[in-house]
Design a protein around this ligand. Sequence first.
Ligand code: RB5
Length: 145
Amino acid sequence: MTAKPIAVASDHAGFALKQVLLGHLADLGHKVTDLGTHNGEESVDYPDFGKALAEAINRGDHDTGLLICGTGIGISIAANRHPGIRAALCHDSTSAKLAREHNDANVLVLGGRLIGTEVAKDCLGAFLGTDFGHGRHVRRVEKLG
Ligand code: RB5
């Protein structure tokens, strides 16, 4: 999907899963940029991390992102407020695959308090391994602005 590093960020509630997935991405040979948070003890605000990741993508130095908060809901709302960001909250690999194929999602969002690590890895693999389907989906994605 991309040769650029994958931007990764979470709040404190997503920190533990972020660390697991950073290791998984490294095992798969992906370059990553870890935008924080850098510990799970200090309570932080998920909009700050959604914004930081959205800005990293909109600067052009990253094409793809991974965001995690407790449910994934708050941080996806935050990211999707930024033009050019299509952040998809997924709980299974089929959703992650279709988010790429139909929606050209550029950010995968996971709920660290809701999803197991193996399912999270499956979601990430499906997301990174699927290309946009183009065709009829192009017009619809363009209408997202
Ligand atoms: C943090 O307690 C929690 O509210 C946050 O991680 C997220 O679930 C919000 O949507």
